[in-house]
Structure formats: C-alpha cells, structure tokens
Design a protein around this ligand. Structure first.
Ligand code: AP5
Length: 216
C-alpha cells in the first residue's frame, strides 16, 4: 500500500495515518514528525526547520525533497507507506514522482481529507501529543483516559508550539496558497479520493477501504 494523505492542518492526517499504518503494517511517514524530532535533538536540519515551523511557513522544497528521497529509500518502506504532510507544494509532488520512478514504484491512492476552518481551529487548540510515542489526543474529542499522560505508554502529553490560534491561521493561509494547487494536481487522476473529515477516524478508514476496494 502506497498512499498520500492530503489535508489542511488539523484535517486528521496524523490520526488516520497512524491507524492505517498499524492495520496494514506499513511505514507512517510524517514530515512534520521528522522535523519535530530534529528540532528536539537540535540537529542542523532541526535548527533550519524550526525557523519556518514557528512562523507557520513551509520548510523550503529542496530541504524537504532531499530528506524524503533518503527516507523513501529506507528498508521499512519496501512493504509500503503512508505519506502524511508530503507533498505540500506542486514542486514537491513532481519531486515525489521522480523519486518513485527511480525506485520503480507507483502510488495506490491520493486521499484528501476535507474539513472546514472552524473545525480545524477547535481541533488544533485541543490537540495534545505524547512526547514519548507521538500518540495524538484531543481534550474535547479524544481525551486520554490517563489525563495528562499517554494511555498507551504513560508519556507526558504536550501542546505543539505551532498550535496557537495565531499560528494555526497562518498555517491555514499557507495551505490555501501553496497546498491547494497540489489537490488540483492530483484531482481528476483515478487514484484520487475526497473524504469529509468530520467523522471519527474509524469511519474514515472504512470509507477509505471501500473507495480503494479493500486496499492491501
Ligand atoms: P505537520 O506536523 O504536518 O502539521 P500539519 O499539516 O499542519 O498537520 P497537523 O499535524 O497539524 O494536523 P493533522 O492533519 O495531522 O491532524 P491530527 O491527526 O493531528 O507540519 C508541521 C510543520 O512542519 C508545517 O507547518 C511546516 O512548517 C513543516 N512541514 C511539514 N511537512 C512539510 C512539507 N512537506 N513541506 C514543507 N514544510 C513542511 O488531528 C488534529 C486534532 O484533531 C487532534 O487533536 C485529533 O485528536 C483531532 N482529530 C483528528 N481526527 C479527528 C476526527 N475525525 N474527529 C474529531 N477529532 C479529530
């Protein structure tokens, strides 16, 4: 299974990708998670990415494309992958095509999770993420049974720095300006599916499986 999940900030890409990755035992590749890990470890990539992330802007294409080329060559991608947060610009989509061509691979689907702006702001201001395992919760829609600790691993739950309302609005603007053209780029190709994200991620997974006829 090789799938791209597209959607605005807060559309539910990370939540759905985690469920799909678990169910199908394929790699979940989140560019945002890779950048946050590099920021946490204060690597040169992390120091560069942080400047853009804190401002709600996109990290430049050349940095993202080089990082993804390396990541997609790793052995865990051989069984398949779910791309969460990449591509986010048309040049990134073209770079992905070239990488897949070099690897003699093709995509099975491109899924756009469609959600309205006010839902996004509500979801993101309530999001909490586990510092240890990355599990995603929401104080309003999906609280942890262990309060401010992760119910899976007991790790501390934290609020992302880019989840303030001001930065969320900037990220949404970047999405409309730079990522919406990626949706048009894939729309019309027969592997494109649009799903309304305003339902729980289990129902979304069922809908997705129906759309792709039981993806394996
Ligand atoms: P990234 O981490 O990818 O952030 P994002 O795209 O803004 O997406 P989010 O992680 O905010 O949302 P999501 O759709 O994954 O939603 P989630 O499942 O968590 O990127 C961060 C930054 O890194 C970017 O701003 C940029 O600077 C940089 N970057 C990353 N990729 C890049 C690239 N390719 N090029 C350049 N720069 C890049 O859900 C959100 C909340 O809603 C959670 O609390 C969850 O519990 C809840 N929720 C989820 N689904 C549902 C549902 N169905 N019903 C109710 N609640 C739900």
């Amino acid at each position: 299974m090789r799938i791209i999940l597209l959607g605005s900030p807060g559309a539910g890409k990370g939540t759905l990708a985690a469920e799909m990755s678990k169910k199908y035992s394929v790699a979940h590749i989140s560019t945002g998670d890779i950048f946050r890990e590099n920021v946490k470890n204060n690597t040169p990539l992390g120091r560069e990415a942080r400047y853009y992330m804190d401002a709600g802007k996109l990290v430049p294409d050349d940095i993202v494309n080089a990082m993804m080329e390396d990541r997609l060559r790793e052995p865990d991608c051989e069984k398949g992958f779910i791309l969460d947060g990449f591509p986010r610009t048309v040049p990134q989509a073209k770079a992905l095509e070239k990488i897949l061509e070099d690897l003699h691979l093709s995509l099975d689907g491109v899924v756009f999770l469609d959600v309205d702006e006010e839902t996004v702001v509500k979801r993101l201001s309530g999001r909490r993420t586990c510092r240890s395992c990355g599990a995603i919760y929401n104080v309003a829609f999906r609280p942890s049974a262990k309060g401010d600790r992760c119910e899976k691993c007991g790790g501390e739950l934290y609020q992302r720095e880019d989840d303030s309302e001001e930065v969320i609005r900037k990220r949404l603007k970047v999405f409309y300006d730079q990522t919406a053209p990626v949706i048009s780029y894939y729309e019309g190709k027969n592997m494109f599916v649009r799903l309304r994200s305003a339902r729980n991620s289990h129902s979304l997974l069922e809908e997705l499986e129906a759309a792709f006829g039981g993806t394996e």
